[in-house]
Design a binder for this molecule. Structure first.
Ligand code: MN3
Length: 384
């Protein structure tokens, strides 16, 4: 049952943990791609011996080329390289864990090439959900969710009739600022926002967890992955991150998936599906936790969450517009250009600012992306 895997985003948090899983199960790595961390990428290339390596940053290409000169690795770069890797003949599955909108085209390319995709890139479904899901259906390609919540839902759907599902319960850790008032959020710093209670992740997703935008994006992803109406998705704050999500059927049976908060479990399920073998992580002890709590989210304080749900209800270009507005706002926050609460203000304003349109092709998605980014950067440099 050994598989051949291509990993896009191999030096990030998901990518490095995926390599641990692949090593544990003797999977062959056909290709590795990363944005610009060439020290780690070089080490990974030497250790896993992929046929192809891609560095997205063209500036880093010459240096990595020099360093890998003594190996047989074929070095690629840029979006062209990412897409070449996404479509490799020899790969059984493509893990897409790149961060941001950059991930959409490689996903579409992999699907077009008939490759199953283990999907950790949120933007793929948030911005291009209708395109991606209809193309996957047309090509008979499977999309395996890697995110812990969506993996949990996917696991809870096994062995039951999808037509008898009544709703899903998407759990949220609540992030580092759960319970704070809007006023209290005015003074939070970058360092506060980068401290997540349960998960260790990249900077972008850690800020998204603090604003709860992450849950908003996951709400949108769940809608596309599981073909749901927004009304069928309930968000519940669960501080311990042990129940990774749940589903409710027509008989009101609720089935949940539990485990320690470690991404290796959902990564492994996506790569090994339907097999369940020992995972390089800890076992869950319910008695060590003792108490699990569940609360309603605060939609007034966490404006990003409300905006994302509003966006998917409106449909069309809106999910893409709010996602891109958020990416720009988070970039500006990390660059000390705006305060924490301004992220929410910017994202909420993006849900009302634009005239809606349909996303019929990749170019439409790029157009919406550009519109939202220009709107946000103009607002910031104009003294927002
Ligand atoms: Mn998640």
């Amino acid at each position: 049952m050994s598989k051949t895997v291509s990993i896009l985003g191999s030096t990030g948090s998901i990518g490095t943990q995926a390599l641990e899983v692949c090593e544990k199960h003797d999977f062959k790595i056909s290709a590795l791609a990363a944005h610009s961390s060439i020290d780690l990428l070089e080490r990974q290339a030497r250790r896993f011996n992929p046929e192809y390596v891609c560095v997205y940053s063209e500036k880093k290409y010459p240096e990595l080329k020099k360093r890998l000169a003594d190996t047989s690795v074929k070095l690629l770069c840029g979006m062209e390289g990412l897409c070449e890797i996404a479509a490799l003949e020899q790969s059984d599955i493509v893990l897409n864990s790149v961060v941001g909108m950059v991930g959409l085209l490689p996903t579409l390319t992999a699907i077009n090439a008939g490759k199953d995709v283990a999907l950790a890139n949120k933007e793929t479904l948030v911005a291009g959900g209708s395109l991606v899901m209809s193309l996957a259906k047309e090509k008979g390609v499977k999309i395996y969710p890697v995110d812990s919540e969506h993996s949990a839902i996917f696991q809870c759907l096994q062995g039951s009739k999808r037509s008898q599902l009544s709703k899903i319960i998407l759990t949220a850790s609540g992030g580092p600022f759960f319970g704070k008032s809007y006023d209290e959020l005015r003074s939070v710093t970058k360092a506060d926002a980068l401290k997540h209670p349960n998960w260790s992740m990249g900077n972008k997703i850690t800020i998204d967890s603090a604003t709860l935008m992450n849950k908003g994006l996951e709400f949108i992803e769940a809608k596309w992955l599981f073909d749901l109406e927004p009304e069928q998705i309930e968000i519940v704050v669960h501080r311990q991150s042990v129940v990774h999500s749940a589903v409710e059927y027509n008989d009101y049976s609720v089935i949940a998936q539990l485990g320690v908060p470690d991404m290796k479990i959902p990564i492994q399920y996506a790569l090994l599906y339907p097999d369940r073998l020992e995972c390089p992580t800890k076992r869950l002890s319910l008695t060590d936790y003792g108490t699990l709590t569940f609360e309603k989210p605060d939609y007034e304080t966490f404006k990003c969450l409300t905006a994302a749900i509003e966006a998917i209800k409106k449909g069309g270009a809106y999910p893409c517009l709010v996602n891109s507005a958020n990416e720009e706002a988070v970039r500006a926050f990390l660059a000390d250009e705006i305060s924490f609460i301004e992220i929410g203000e910017i994202v909420s304003s993006a849900v009302t600012h634009f005239k809606n349109f349909e996303l019929k092709c990749y170019e439409d998605v790029m157009k919406a992306d550009k519109m939202a980014r220009e709107y946000v950067t103009a607002g910031i440099s104009g003294g927002k």
